[in-house]
Ligand binder design. Structure first.
Ligand code: R5P
Length: 294
């Protein structure tokens, strides 16, 4: 019997292949069919005693989630003894509490679904919050910040400043600045309307940023709303060039275009969600996290 299989669906083949090579493990790619009503059907060949499923649950989130559960179910049915999942982008992690009365804490349900298919351990990247992590029995969070900082260190930047678009990202921006040996971190004061989702950013800044290049670092860029508001404020204060870096570039609809129009020079993300902006490969860090387990 195969000892260890890296199992993946069509959305994460490249990253899964890189991880499998680093581990010297077998790669099993599930074939996928989507029926006309949107239901997924997954077919998977022989898998090993240990299964590592690699799949981000980026949009279409529910579809990717059910496909991940299906792959785990198949590994269980085939007698795998240990199943873990590498879910670089863990969807629903932002729904880690009831923000409005009557809201379901969705990430808690996701954790229960994983247990139901015997997913013993989860490895994810830059999870949105500690609270989201607390719903899982066994989860490891890998930081993409050192890899992003390494990429930024090769960029030509003028007197750079690290910017967090909100208070929640303060530690991330500080860690990024430390890796890059940058002294200044600017934390913007963002608020989001809980019902409409509209974002506002305070214009008063504590640091003079004129003519300095800014790297706005965030965990997720989704609609681009947070980044665009940040760019507007930075531009008003005479910033130099603005770059955006993140772990997960979801870039819904025409977000990338709107971000560029707001004056952002470039977007740099990891390959947690494949796109033309996935310039930073997570496989070294993810393989390292897996090596301590297998
Ligand atoms: C929010 O707390 C997150 O860290 C991101 O700033 C946010 O999810 C980005 O979303 P969007 O691009 O839609 O503003």
């Amino acid at each position: 019997m195969i000892e260890t299989s890296v199992v993946t669906g069509p959305g994460s083949i490249d990253l899964a292949d890189k991880i499998a090579r680093r581990l010297g493990a077998d790669l099993a790619v599930a074939s996928l069919r989507i029926f006309s009503d949107g239901e997924s059907s997954i077919k998977l060949g022989t898998v090993g005693k240990n299964c590592i499923i690699v799949q981000s649950t980026n949009p279409p989130t529910d579809t990717h989630l059910i496909q991940l559960l299906m792959m785990a179910q198949k590994c269980t049915d085939d007698g795998a003894q240990d199943i873990c999942a590498v879910i670089p982008y863990l969807g629903y992690a932002r729904q880690d509490r009831a923000f409005l009365d009557g809201e379901v804490v969705s990430i808690s349900l996701v954790a229960k679904l994983f247990e139901s298919v015997r997913l013993k351990h989860i490895i994810t990247v830059d999870i949105h919050s500690e609270l989201a992590m607390s719903y899982f029995r066994s989860i490891q969070n890998v930081s993409s910040v050192p890899l992003l900082a390494d990429y930024a260190s090769k960029m030509r930047l003028h007197d750079p400043i690290a910017v967090s678009p909100d208070a929640g990202g303060t530690n991330r921006a500080k860690e990024f600045a430390r890796h890059l040996d940058i002294d200044d971190v600017l934390v913007l004061k963002k608020s989001r309307h809980r019902v409409t989702g509209d974002v506002t950013v305070e214009e008063r800044l504590d640091i003079d940023i004129s003519k300095r290049d800014a790297i706005v670092i965030d965990d997720i860029i989704s609609s681009g709303g947070s980044l665009i508001k940040a760019a507007e404020v930075l531009n008003k204060k005479g910033v130099g060039k603005i770059y955006a870096m993140c772990a997960h570039a979801l870039l819904i609809n025409d977000a990338a275009q709107k971000i560029k129009s707001a004056g952002v020079e470039d977007i740099v993300s990891t390959n947690s969600v494949p796109s033309q902006y996935s310039k930073v490969d997570l496989s070294p860090e993810l393989a390292l996290a897996l090596k301590s387990r297998y």
